[in-house]
Design a protein around this ligand. Structure first.
Ligand code: UDP
Ligand code: MG
Length: 139
């Protein structure tokens, strides 16, 4: 099952700009089934734990402050090839390099405030999903 799931967050720039509904529409129209979803806010400690893999990167402080600055939407999504197909749907990390029509090309503000998160592997999708959701919360 987990091979067909990915995890996403709609990030503070996008929730703050009122893009949440449009981004969820894009996700559903692309064929993803929502297994779990919540509107929530990360503490700085939560963001540091979630992005622990990036702790040594130069942008870690900026990233974790930004991700805890305002609400996010967290969701577990299901689809064949969910991880790869979702990365295609959202586009490159830097919105200036994201393909036309991708979520980041259309909604992101900058390389840091880039509208959405998408897991990079099946293993990380499972880890990231369970950071936010218990089994009981899965539809
Ligand atoms: N990020 C940043 N500056 C960079 C690279 C990444 O602020 O130079 C932020 C950005 O929000 C990105 C997140 O760190 O989405 C995680 O980086 P990653 O390389 O995993 O990119 P992603 O998988 O989100 O495309
Ligand atoms: Mg990543």
């Amino acid at each position: 099952m987990s091979t067909h799931r990915t995890f996403t967050m709609i990030k503070p720039d996008a929730t703050g700009a009122g893009h949440t509904g449009k981004i969820i529409d894009r996700i559903i129209e692309a064929g993803f089934t929502i297994k779990a979803m919540k509107w929530t806010r990360l503490s700085l400690e939560d963001a540091q734990a979630f992005y622990g893999v990036h702790a040594e990167r130069p942008f870690f402080g900026e990233l974790t402050e930004y991700m805890s600055s305002a609400p996010i939407v967290a969701a577990i999504l299901e689809k064949d090839d969910a991880v790869a197909d979702f990365r295609t749907l959202i586009g490159a990390t830097n919105p200036a390099e994201a393909a036309p029509g991708t979520i980041r090309a259309d909604f992101a503000e900058s390389i840091a405030a880039n509208a959405v998160h998408g897991s990079d592997s099946d293993e990380n999708a499972a880890i990231e999903g369970s950071f936010f959701f218990s089994q009981r919360e899965l539809a």
